[in-house]
Design a binder for this molecule. Structure first.
Ligand SMILES: [Ca+2]
Ligand SMILES: [Ca+2]
Ligand SMILES: [Ca+2]
Ligand SMILES: [Ca+2]
Length: 458
C-alpha cells in the first residue's frame, strides 16, 4: 500500500542517481531534478559526513533496505509542502529502524530557500528513522531536524517557529499542539537541541547525532501509514531519555540542562548579552509574565500563566537603588521539582550578574547585597517534573505555580542574640513564609549563620 501512494509516470518524470552518494531524485523536469540532486548531495555531506548522523535507508529496486536517500517531487495542489512514507520493517536488524522515501510538493519549489530546507528536512528525517522509527512523530523528529536546518542556515520557517515557542515558555518542552494557532510550537522547540549543541557540544550539531544514537530499542515495524508507524514494542528509551543519557555521560542531566535553558532562552533579542546563543540577537525574546516596580516591601509575585513540567517562567522586577540588603525568596508549588535563578540587569539592560538559589523541596532564599544604582531583577524559574515525564504520556498540564517574595532584610543577627529574642517570632511573616512553613522548608541563610554562632533558634 505504501508503495502505491504515489505513482510516477516515466513519460514525464526525470530520475537522477548521484555519482557521489546513494541518492535518487525523481522530479517532473530536469531543472528541478538537477537542483534537488545538488541540494541532496550538500545535505548528505553536511549531515551524514560532517555531523555524523546515520546514513538514510531506502528500498532498492529489489525491495531490499539499503543505505540511500530517495526523494520524489510531485505536483499536488497548494496545501502540503512535504511528507515521507515509512517503507516497512527491516527484520534483519534488531533495532526498530525503517527505510523511508521523501515526497515533496513540486509546486512550492520556486520559493527562495524552500528546496534546500525541504531536502535537509527529509534527508535528516530519513537519517533519524534509520536509527529509530518509533519515536513520537512530533516533536521528536522535528525537534532534531529543525535544529539541523537552523545550524545549516536553511530554516526558512525558523522565525515563525521560534516566535511561537518563545511566546509560550510556560508550555512543556515536548508539548504538541494540533490547533493551527500553536502548530509551530513543536517545531520551535528545536531551540532546546540548539541550546544543547552549543552548551554541551561544539555548536555544530554533532552532539545531536550522538544523542539520537541513544534512542533506539529492539523491535519491529508492524504497519505504517505514511509518516505514522506502529511497532511491536514500547518506545523506550525515548528521545528525552537519550538526552538525559548523553548529558549524564558528560556529567550533567536533563534537569540541569532545563535550568540552564531557562537562562539561555531569556538572553535573546534585545536581551542578547553575547554569552548565550551565538545568534541570540536574531532570536525572539521570551514571554515575560509580569513586570513590577519594587516601590514598597514586601513584594510578592505570582505568575499569570501556570507552568507545565519542563517549562520556564520570568518576572521582571525594577529595583531602585537601595542601601539595605534585600532578601529574595522562592517557593514553587508542591508536587514537582524546581529551579530558580535571578539574572541581574543594570539600568541600561546589561547583564551584570546571576544568583542561583539552592532549593530544598522547591523553596529557598538568598540575600541580595545593596545596589549602587537601579537594577532589574529577572526572576526566572524552571518547572521540572514529579519524577515521571514521558513524551508518549502527553504530560503537559499547565497546573504548577510559584511565588517570589522580595523584602528588605527583615532580621539582623543582633535581634536573634537578644535574651528571649526569637528569630522566628521577630521575622516579618509573609504569605510566602506561611506557605513554606507547612512544607518544613524554612532554611533561611541568616538563621543558619545564627546557628553557627550557637545562638538559640527558639
Ligand atoms: Ca530492524
Ligand atoms: Ca526510542
Ligand atoms: Ca509528570
Ligand atoms: Ca521514557
Amino acid at each position: 500500500m505504501i508503495f502505491a501512494l504515489y505513482v510516477y509516470s516515466a513519460a514525464y518524470a526525470v530520475t537522477l542517481e548521484s555519482t557521489v552518494y546513494p541518492i535518487q531524485v525523481i522530479a517532473p523536469d530536469e531543472a528541478l531534478a538537477t537542483a534537488a540532486m545538488s541540494a541532496s548531495e550538500d545535505a548528505w555531506r553536511a549531515t551524514v559526513i560532517e555531523l555524523g548522523f546515520a546514513p538514510p535507508l531506502m528500498r532498492d529496486a529489489a525491495g531490499d533496505a539499503v543505505e540511500g536517500f530517495a526523494i520524489s517531487f510531485v505536483s499536488q495542489g497548494e496545501d502540503q509542502l512535504a511528507t515521507f512514507n515509512i517503507l516497512g520493517d527491516i527484520p534483519e536488524t534488531p533495532a526498530s529502524d525503517c527505510p523511508t522515501r521523501g515526497v515533496v510538493n513540486a509546486n512550492h519549489m520556486d520559493e527562495p530557500g524552500w528546496l534546500e530546507m525541504t531536502v535537509v528536512h527529509l534527508l535528516n528525517h530519513a537519517s533519524l528513522h534509520a536509527v529509530d522509527c518509533l519515536e513520537p512523530q512530533m516533536p521528536s523528529f522535528d525537534f532534531f531536524t529543525v535544529a539541523v536546518e537552523h545550524l545549516l542556515g536553511v530554516d526558512a520557517f525558523g522565525p515563525w517557529y521560534y516566535r511561537e515557542f518563545q511566546s509560550h515558555p510556560e508550555a512543556s518542552l515536548d508539548a504538541v499542539y494540533s490547533d493551527r494557532d500553536h502548530a509551530h510550537y513543536q517545531f520551535g522547540s528545536s531551540l532546546f537541541p540548539l541550546f544543547l549543541t552549543e552548551r554541551y557540544g561544539d555548536g555544530s550539531g554533532a552532539l545531536l547525532a550522538d544523542i539520537w544514537a541513544r534512542t533506539p530499542q529492539d523491535g519491529h515495524i508492524l504497519f505504517a501509514n505514511g509518516e505514522l508507524p506502529m511497532g511491536d514494542v514500547e518506545n523506550e528509551p525515548d528521545y528525552l531519555d537519550a538526552i538525559q543519557d548523553e548529558l549524564a555521560a558528560r556529567g550533567s542531566s536533563l534537569d540541569q540542562a532545563m535550568i540552564a535553558f531557562t537562562e539561555w532562552r531569556f538572553f535573546t533579542g534585545e536581551f542578547n548579552d553575547g554569552e548565550h546563543f551565538a545568534d541570540a540577537a536574531t532570536l525572539p525574546e521570551v514571554f515575560v509574565d509580569g513586570q513590577v516596580t519594587a516601590a514598597a516591601f514586601p513584594l510578592e509575585v505570582t505568575p499569570t500563566r501556570p507552568l507545565a513540567e519542563y517549562a520556564s517562567s520570568y518576572v521582571l522586577v525594577d529595583v531602585a537603588a537601595h542601601s539595605d540588603p534585600l532578601t529574595l525568596s522562592f517557593a514553587g508549588g508542591e508536587g514537582i521539582a524546581w529551579g530558580a535563578s535571578v539574572y541581574v540587569l543594570d539600568e541600561g539592560g546589561a547583564h551584570i550578574g546571576d544568583h542561583h538559589l539552592a532549593l530544598d523541596g522547591g523553596a529557598g532564599s538568598i540575600d541580595l547585597e545593596p545596589a549602587e544604582g537601579p537594577q532589574t531583577l529577572v526572576l526566572a524559574c524552571t518547572a521540572l517534573t514529579d519524577g515521571s515525564h514521558d513524551p508518549e504520556d502527553s504530560d503537559w498540564d499547565q497546573e504548577h505555580t510559584y511565588q517570589w517574595s522580595l523584602d528588605e532584610a527583615p532580621l539582623d543577627d543582633d535581634q536573634c542574640l537578644e535574651p528571649h529574642g526569637s528569630c522566628m517570632g521577630s521575622s516579618k511573616p509573609s504569605g510566602l513564609f506561611g506557605l513554606m512553613l507547612p512544607l518544613g522548608l524554612v532554611v533561611w541563610p541568616r538563621r543558619s549563620r545564627v546557628l553557627e554562632r550557637g545562638a538559640p533558634i527558639r
